[in-house]
Write a protein that binds this ligand. Sequence first.
Ligand SMILES: Cc1cc2nc3c(=O)[nH]c(=O)nc-3n(C[C@H](O)[C@H](O)[C@H](O)COP(=O)(O)OP(=O)(O)OC[C@H]3O[C@@H](n4cnc5c(N)ncnc54)[C@H](O)[C@@H]3O)c2cc1C
Length: 488
Amino acid sequence: MDWRQLEHDLRQQLPASAVVAARQELLAYDCDGLTLQRHQPPLVVLPETTAQVAAAVRLCHQHGVPFVARGSGTGLSGGAVAEAPALVIATSRMRRILGIDLDNHTITVEPGVINSWVTRAVAGDGFYYAPDPSSQVACSIGGNVAENSGGVHCLKYGVTNNHVLGLEVVLPDGTVTQLGGSLAECPELDLRGVFIGSEGTLGIATAVTLRLLRAPQSVAVLLADFSSMEAAGEAVRLVTAAAVQPAGMEMMDRLCLEAVNDSLGLEDYPRDAAAVLLIELDGQQREVDAAIALASRLCRQAGARQVRAARDPEQCARFWKGRKNAITALGRRYPSYYLQDGVVPRSQLPRVLAAIETLSAQHGLPVANVFHAGDGNLHPLVLYDPKVPGISKRVKELGAAILGLCLDVGGSISGEHGVGSDKRCYMDWMYGGDDLATMLLVRQALNPDGLANPDKQFPTPRTCSESVRRVQVLQAEGISLPAEALVF
Ligand SMILES: Cc1cc2nc3c(=O)[nH]c(=O)nc-3n(C[C@H](O)[C@H](O)[C@H](O)COP(=O)(O)OP(=O)(O)OC[C@H]3O[C@@H](n4cnc5c(N)ncnc54)[C@H](O)[C@@H]3O)c2cc1C
C-alpha cells in the first residue's frame, strides 16, 4: 500500500488537523487497555463529522486499505488496535449531543461522546442512561455500542443493546445508512442488533440514539463483608434466587480491598475482610426498604460478618468509590495487569473462585478479582511485572486456563469486553465450525472486502494457527507441538 498517496488523498478531503502522521503522535494509538499487545498504525484520522468519516472510509475502499475505528481506546481485548498496517479512524472529535427528546425518553449523540456525559446531560431533568461500565468517565458511546458494553446497573436494566434504539452507520464502502430509529419496535430485520457488539467489523457508528430512564425515587447500597470468597459467592446465589432484584451486585476480593484501601485511603472496606459485596437496590421507597431487609438477612445467612446500608447519595457514592476505582488502585500497586472477562452460571461462583485461586498458585502469578457478581461476569486480573522475561506467555496461559474453567462449568469466554484480537483464538472452544461460518457469512454480507477491523473476533488461519485448547488436548494425548504453533 502507498501510505503517502492515501495521506495525500485524506488531506485533500479532510481538514489538515484531522490527519495524524507524525511518529511520536501515532504512539498514542499503539494499544488500548490491553497493554500486552502494541502495534503503531501508519496513519490516524480524527474526523469531526459523518461526512468526513464517510470520506475516509471511501478512500480506504478505493485504495483497498483496511481501517480500524477507535473511540477512547479503553477496550480490553485489543479491538481498537491495528495489528497489520491500517488507517485508524478515531472519533474523539465527534463529541456533540445532537438532540434530547425527554417526551420520548431519548437522546442522540455522536460516537465520541463519553458515557458519563449522557447522564450528566439529562440528570437535571430526572433522567439517566443505565449502562455504566466502570470506565464510564473515559469510554465512548461508539466503543460501548461496538462492544455491547455492560456495567454495574446492567444486572437489572440490561446491557448496551437494550438501550440503543437507532444508529447512523458508515458501511465499509463509505455508504451512510440508518439502522433502527427512535422507536422501540420496528418491523424490519434487526440490523441494529447485528451491529451492536460487532466490534467495529461492520462499519463505523457516527450517531447513536439512546434510551433514557427516569431516575428511581430511592436508591440504597448495602456493603457486606465476608471472611471468605465462597461465603460472598453464596450470598450472591441466595440474593439472586430470592424475590429481590438488585440494580447491581459487585464483589471484590482481598487483593483488591488491600489495593483500594491503600491507594484511596478509604475506611469503609474492612482491612481484614476476604471479600466485600456491594448490592444496590432501587425503586419506590417502600420497595427499597423491603429489599434492604431481605438482602441483609440473606447476606447474614451466607455468613456476612457485617452488613451496612447507605441511604443518602453521598454515602452511597462513598460505598461505590472503592469498587469504581479498584482497577486503577490495582494498577498503582502492581506494575501491570491482564484483565480477563469470563462468565459463569451464578450458582458456580463459589466453585470457580476457589478454582481460580488454585490456578493462580499453580501458575505462580497473583490474581485479583473484582467483578459483576450478580451477572456471574468474572474479571480476574492477572498481576505481573512486564520486565520479567517470558512473562507475557505465562500471563496469557493463565488467562486461557481461567477461560477454559469458565467454559467447563457452562459459561462463556466473554461477558462484556468483547473478543477483539485477544480472545479470537478461543472462539472455537465455544462455537463449532458451523456456528462460526454462519457468523462470518453475516460479516461478509456487510463487510465483503474484509476492510473493517480485519482479524478481529474470529479465529483465522493466520492469527490462530492452533488454538491453545487444541494444543492442550493434543499434549494430553502425548502429541507435542513446536512453540511456534502457539500464536498469541
Ligand atoms: C478500568 C476499566 C474498566 C472497565 N470496565 C468495564 C465495564 O465495567 N464494562 C464493560 O463493558 N467494559 C469495561 N471496560 C472496557 C471498555 O471500557 C469498554 O469496552 C468500552 O466500551 C470501550 O470504549 P472505547 O471508547 O474506549 O472503545 P475503544 O477501545 O476505542 O474501541 C473498542 C472497540 O470498539 C470499536 N469502535 C469504537 N468506536 C466505534 C464506532 N464509532 N463504530 C464502530 N466501532 C467502534 C473499535 O474498533 C474496537 O473494536 C473497562 C475498561 C477499563 C480500562
